[in-house]
Design a binder for this molecule. Structure first.
Ligand code: GLC
Length: 737
């Protein structure tokens, strides 16, 4: 791994050191200043603060923005970025508008601003919150240096259906892992005070249960019980809120008959009354206008009323608030207090950002911050920690760097665009190191490296396969990069099949048939039904879309400079017909029994996953022993420590992710067969042994009972500790009144 050049690091540190460390004004001072502003604002100026409009895709602002900002009729934009451009708009707001309220510039900085890290599902596969926080922190510094002070991230939707393309944007299927990652991302983006010059305000999205879309079809209906909301879909949002997230984004989906962008239960009862959230809620892109399509609003005026009165403070792109609020107030259907409360929340975040004290971006900083050597090196390290080793028969991997010849094959092997994934911010494909480039950089010129694309990702002819087979046959080892295009994942990218698209499998089969040692590198944004690969490919690496340093990171793993330690944050099914398939399922009255027809299973498929949640291999081996509980009986408000010894019994340094699961054997409401309640990624030298300790307390043991109260009930609990959600050591304890 190359060390960071001290000069570049020193330059960046010097620049930050000279910045005015303006903090936001004190909180009660902010409220007074908001009162004073509100008292002076016209209704049009207030509605201007409730509006966010879209810039050009290339980051430029639109001409109409200038006049609207000058008149105080536009408080925020999305996609406008670059220190120079944002300063141009900000000068108009701060020097020419009547009340000089700064503009808030927002952008989708999901997994990097310009230095693009692995997609969020990939980063979450690191099970390393510190790495994820570091990635978000770098994204924040690059965003802030470019005038962007608000990101529409983290996306914290729990997703149990890999047909849904947006599973790629979050942390997978589990509420505990999702909550840990949500907190890490918010802390990375915001730090302790997001008025700092290298921090931005984050946005927990999409509030809520957007990932429960029927059929895995994006934007589709969701019907989720309150208990499932509170136990599965809320926790990552609550973790984001506990980490101080400044904004939420309401979603597109109809939730139990009331669309989330006009749902008083989620937007006001839970978010404001229960959770005391005091930031603001922005709608998703025209999700307010879409209330008409949903059949909730008969017209645009009703859509505006329903959304604003339910608790959506800022309208993204559609302009119904601006258009209809005056009429709705005149008709007594909306109160000025509604408007003022929404304006107050938005101004509160602008004050906390320090925008009034420091509205402009130092243009000199942008160049020195963007794609700094340290940032690029971090992208490589985080990408390597995100890689999951799914199979490694006969230790095909790691490959010796002294290998004589290597064939690099596949439509994704030398593909810069797809390497950076979807929602890749201001990322540029030319910044990306492909797998082929990474392997070339890794090996000496004496190694003969050949390359063949073989086939397209989707469709296309198969005439390239013969060439791919030929170079594989002539090489000592073949590396095949297959998967999805970035455009096949993310928003509006649901798939009814989870198979490798196009002729990729046909190509892999032909290459494996040569009998040459072969390793498959997957590049994808969702679990794939790769049954044939799992059976027949000697080695499989899951690399997700690994970001601009993906090629170097995968090469670090392929040639053993990094021992892979990632674990799956989501279940890989065998066939799409099993979906939804997730580890923390209920037991049912007839759990699957291969020897009993009348149990819950399929006639034509196994019920077990191809690869389970939490699964990942290593180039070394680990052994877990001596699981101990600190008590065999605790009271409902008690806690119990869980310890286990982990030993590296192999010959190579490596990481293991020790995972703690629980199960309530019986309770007033049925409980999942397993629930993740703790994990720790540890590094062990060969022969080294460490003791890992967890604590189970009320927040881990409780659940929502029939009265929807969060309680710890008496009863027996099992504890499972392992290296994935299937295998491991077991113990039990009791909760007694
Ligand atoms: C999109 C997405 C949302 C994104 C917003 C702004 O439709 O649903 O995640 O933040 O619009 O780009």
């Amino acid at each position: 791994m190359k060390l960071v050049k001290p000069t570049s690091l020193l330059v960046v540190l010097l620049i930050f050191a000279t910045l005015p460390s303006i903090a936001a004004p004190p909180r009660d001072d902010i409220e007074r200043r908001i009162d004073a502003l509100l008292a002076r604002m016209t209704l049009e100026e207030k509605l201007g603060q409730l509006q966010i409009l879209d810039g050009e895709a290339n980051g430029n602002y639109r001409p109409e923005h200038l006049e609207m900002i000058r008149k105080g009729l536009l408080g925020s934009t999305l996609n406008v970025r670059g220190a120079k451009r944002t300063n141009e708009l900000q000068h108009i707001a701060v020097e020419q508008s009547r009340l000089k309220i700064p503009v808030l510039f927002g952008f989708d900085v999901i997994h990097g601003y310009r230095t693009i890290f692995p997609i969020s599902l990939g980063e979450s596969a690191s099970w390393d919150p510190a790495a994820v926080e570091r990635s978000a922190s770098i994204a924040a510094a690059e965003s802030a240096a470019s005038g962007v002070r608000w990101t529409f991230a983290p996306m914290v939707d729990i997703a149990r259906d890999p047909r849904w393309g947006r599973i790629s944007e979050g942390a997978g299927e589990d509420p505990y892992l999702g909550a840990v990652m949500a907190g890490a991302r918010v802390r990375g983006f915001q730090g302790k005070d997001y008025s700092a010059p290298d921090k931005i305000v984050a946005c927990a999205k999409h509030w809520v249960a957007y990932g429960a879309a029927e059929g895995g079809r994006d934007y589709n209906t969701t019907d989720v019980s309150e208990r499932a909301l509170r136990e599965t879909y809320f926790p990552p949002f609550k973790a984001a809120l506990d980490a101080g997230v400044g904004t939420f984004m309401s979603a597109f989906n109809d939730l139990n008959g009331v669309p989330t962008s006009a749902n008083p239960f989620t937007l006001t009862t839970v978010l404001r009354r229960e959770w005391k959230f005091d930031g603001f809620v922005v709608s998703d892109y025209e999700s307010i206008k879409e209330l008409i399509n949903h059949g909730l609003a008969a017209n645009e005026a009703e859509a505006a009323r329903a959304a604003l009165s339910a608790g959506v403070d800022m309208e993204m792109v559609s302009r119904l608030y601006k258009e209809y609020a005056p009429q709705l107030i005149r008709e007594g259907k909306l109160s000025k207090a509604n408007i003022d409360e929404a304006v107050r929340r938005i101004l509160r975040i602008k004050f906390r950002l320090g925008l009034f004290e420091r509205p402009y971006t130092e243009e000199a900083r942008e160049q020195a911050t963007i794609m700094s050597h340290a940032n690029v090196e971090a992208a490589r390290e985080v990408a390597a920690r995100s890689i999951v080793l799914l199979k490694n028969e006969r230790d095909v991997l790691p490959i010796s760097k002294g290998i004589h010849s290597i064939a690099v094959i596949g439509p994704l092997a030398d593909d810069q665009q797809d390497m950076i994934g979807s929602w890749s911010g201001d990322g540029r494909k030319e910044d990306a190191v492909t797998l082929l480039a990474g392997i070339k950089q890794k090996l000496s010129p004496s190694t003969q490296i050949t390359y063949a694309k073989g086939c397209e990702i989707e469709g296309g002819a198969s005439d390239g396969i013969d060439e791919a087979v030929r170079i594989a046959r002539d090489a000592d080892v073949a590396i095949i990069a297959v998967g999805e295009s970035a455009a096949m994942t993310g928003e509006a990218a649901s798939r009814a099949s989870l198979d490798l698209p196009g002729r990729q499998l046909e190509m892999v089969k032909a290459i494996v048939a040569t009998g040459r040692p072969t390793a498959v590198v997957l590049m994808n944004g969702r679990p794939l039904t790769i049954n044939w690969l799992a059976e027949n490919a000697p080695a499989i690496l899951e690399s997700w879309f690994a970001g601009i340093q993906g090629g170097n990171a995968i090469a670090d793993v392929l040639f053993g400079d990094v021992n892979p330690g990632g674990k799956l944050p989501v279940t890989f099914p065998r066939v799409v017909g099993q979906v939804p398939l997730y580890y923390n399922h209920k037991n049912t009255g007839r759990p699957p029994d291969p020897n009993n027809k009348y149990t819950s299973k399929y006639l034509d498929a196994l019920v077990t996953p191809l690869f389970p949640f939490g699964f990942g291999l290593s180039y070394t081996r680990f052994r877990l022993t001596d699981l101990r509980l600190g008590a065999s009986i605790i009271r409902p408000d008690g806690r119990v420590t869980v310890t286990v010894d982990v030993e590296n019994t192999g010959d190579r340094l490596g990481d293991e992710v020790v995972q703690l699961y629980i199960r309530h054997i019986a309770a007033s409401v049925t409980r999942p067969v397993k629930e993740l309640k703790g994990f720790e990624r540890i590094t062990l030298k060969p022969g080294e042994k460490k003791r890992v300790t967890f604590t189970l307390a009320r927040e881990h043991l409780g659940f929502y009972n029939r009265d929807m109260r969060f309680v710890v009930e008496p009863g027996e609990l099992k504890v499972f500790v392992g290296a994935n959600s299937v295998d491991g050591l077991e113990a039990s304890f009791r909760v007694v009144e």
